[in-house]
Design a protein. Structure first.
Ligand SMILES: NC(=O)C1=CN([C@@H]2O[C@H](COP(=O)(O)OP(=O)(O)OC[C@H]3O[C@@H](n4cnc5c(N)ncnc54)[C@H](OP(=O)(O)O)[C@@H]3O)[C@@H](O)[C@H]2O)C=CC1
Ligand SMILES: O=C1O[C@H](COP(=O)(O)O)[C@@H](O)[C@H](O)[C@H]1O
Length: 534
């Protein structure tokens, strides 16, 4: 076992980011006193269950490393990887090494040393997910670390990250609850999506976990809530006079929330085929974005006030009309060895949601997601109604749009009609553009998982899904999903690398979305900035 004390640890969080460490006091939950809110100081044990898996190596460990290298984690931290696979500490460390990026490390330090120090903080324990003796051993290891790195009276902290298929959650949770609960401070458990397959299975899972942990201890992660531009949504909407008066049915013609990937299932077909694109992306990531776009202003930024508003807007969503749903599967999906030959799982879906309230009545919200499409991007596109009295004859040019590009190359831009420069009075499409890589050149945008793990350590549940939110989201999607599961909707084939089924574009046009012809936003290059300043 490889736990060792570190001599040359990064500075504590207060030294590096005082604003971040202080700001959370009003937003935390009631399971800890205020004085414990700082991330720095105090023994912290992070247990990654499913440490041998894909998510753990690509996201969980790198996110913890990113926090560590910037000084957000205390020196008295240790990470325990747990899974069934037989591996030594050293083998796990080698497996992870290539995923740890050396950016954002204090230039006074050797990045290799920092990576080495971090890897030395990882211990691996192998055992079954239903083996009591292995969880007793895990608890002993954690307790040993706590005794070594803490005095007898200070509180300690235990974070369990379930990087596992949800089918294993109940087994593991029972054993954490029985053998591994912290007797000297908080215990928190992060669970990954998908939280169930429909309303019934999700409620069953929630009840099982709810019997073992309180809502304050459970962190249902949806990593889209950790993305920079998603976190910017409430600020944009509620801190800008530009938007406050126009964010409603009187001005907005349609809203699109789009997720596209330019690759297929890539060996994750076994998982994906059981769920499909609606359960994988739309029911969680895209509906969460919709909530932040459409909810009313919360009383405050406290997690409960925000989540109360999200639940309210979800409860106003009307049942789906099958005529406003397009589902598809890319040709070649079934060539993946891990996908059954007769699969009818959708890899593409575009569906229209209607919110039955005073602000949004009549405005279509189009949620579109697909794998193996023509590009990789995620964006929000708010299209405004035409300006009345069209003296410039610009309706043909296109409508005003406010676009938030979540990825790649984070940006916000407003598509506007302007006078084409020159002697003629001609209208043309242009944009006000705030591209992050240009505007914030020295800032590295944190990974979503990085923020959310930090929030968990701080006890801030604002960006996590509350149980009632989850239930209402499943209530919205379950009837449609059951109709799709029994083949009631036509599954349209589409070519890999295409825009998806043409029927989806037709649906957009039918519900009133108007494409701007001949205009394409291009992220500005840094070179162009230099020129324009001359
Ligand atoms: N990978 C990704 O990009 C994303 C994943 N997620 C979610 O994160 C969680 C983990 O995903 P991911 O890492 O991809 O999953 P993996 O399939 O890689 O599983 C993680 C680990 O769990 C164990 N495991 C796998 N299948 C089973 C099984 N049937 N019964 C018991 N143990 C099993 C394996 O460890 P061992 O055999 O060593 O015990 C495996 O290494 C899932 O809930 C997934 O939906 C969410 C977003 C993105
Ligand atoms: O949750 C998931 O998200 C990823 C896409 O995440 P991103 O941050 O890279 O956009 C997706 O590939 C995967 O199918 C899904 O489970």
């Amino acid at each position: 076992m490889g736990a060792t004390a570190q001599k040359d640890a990064p500075p504590t969080v207060e030294a590096v980011a005082p604003a971040l460490s202080e700001d959370t006091s009003e937003r935390t939950n009631s399971d800890q006193p205020i004085k414990e809110k700082s991330v720095a100081g105090g023994c912290l044990s992070v247990v990654v269950l499913g440490a041998s898996g894909d998510l753990a190596k690509k996201k969980t460990f790198p996110a913890i490393f990113n926090l560590y290298k910037q000084g957000f984690l205390p020196d008295e931290m240790h990470i325990f990887g747990y899974a069934r696979s037989k591996m030594t500490d050293e083998e796990l460390r080698e497996k992870l090494r290539g995923y740890l990026k050396p950016d954002r490390i204090d230039p006074a330090k050797d990045p290799e040393d920092v990576i080495k120090q971090f890897l030395n903080k990882i211990t691996y324990i192998h055992g079954a997910y239903d083996a009591d003796e292995s969880f007793i051993q895990l608890n002993e290891e954690v307790s040993r670390h706590e005794q070594k790195r803490s005095d007898d009276v200070s509180p300690t902290r235990r974070l369990f990250y379930l990087a596992l298929p949800p089918s294993v959650y109940p087994l593991v949770s029972k054993r954490i609850s029985k053998h591994c609960m912290n007797q000297r401070g908080w215990t928190r458990v992060i669970v990954e999506k998908p939280f169930g397959k429909d309303l019934e299975s999700s409620e069953a899972l929630s009840s099982e976990l709810g019997a073992l942990f309180s809502e304050d201890q459970l962190y249902r992660i949806d990593h889209y809530l950790g993305k920079e531009l998603v976190q910017n949504l409430l600020v944009m909407r509620f801190a800008n006079r530009f938007f406050v008066p126009i964010w409603n049915r009187d001005n907005i013609a349609s809203v699109q929330i789009v997720f596209k990937e330019d690759f297929g299932t890539q060996g994750r077909g076994g998982y994906f085929d059981e769920y499909g694109i609606i359960r994988d992306i739309i029911q969680n990531h895209l509906i969460q974005i919709l909530c932040l776009l459409a909810m009313e202003k919360p009383i405050s930024l406290s997690p409960e006030h925000i989540r109360d508003e999200k639940v309210k807007v979800l409860e106003c969503i009307k049942p789906f009309n099958d005529k406003e749903v397009v589902i598809g599967q890319y040709e070649g999906y079934k060539d993946d060895q891990t996908v059954p030959n007769d699969s009818s799982t959708p890899t593409f879906a575009s569906l229209v949601l209607h919110i039955n309230n005073e602000r949004w009545d009549g405005v279509p919200f189009i949620l579109k997601a697909g794998k193996a499409l023509d590009s990789r991007k995620a964006e929000i596109r708010v299209q405004f109604k035409d300006a009345p009295g069209d003296i410039f004859k610009c309706k043909k040019q296109g409508r005003n749009e406010f676009v938030m590009r979540l990825q790649p190359k984070e940006a916000m831009y407003m598509k506007l009609t302007v006078k084409e420069p020159g002697l003629d009075m001609r209208a043309t499409q242009s944009e006000l553009d705030m591209s992050y890589h240009q505007r914030y050149q020295d800032i590295v945008i944190p990974e979503a998982y990085e923020r959310l793990i930090l929030d968990t350590i701080r006890g801030d549940q604002q960006h996590f899904v509350r149980r009632d939110e989850l239930r209402v989201a499943w209530e919205i999607f379950t009837p449609l999903l059951h109709r799709i599961d029994v083949g009631k909707l036509e599954l349209i084939p589409y070519k890999e690398g295409s825009r998806g089924p043409a029927e989806a574009d037709e649906l957009n046009a039918r519900v009133g979305y108007r494409r701007t012809e001949g205009y394409c936003w291009k992220p500005p290059t840094l070179q162009a900035v230099g020129n324009s300043r001359m």
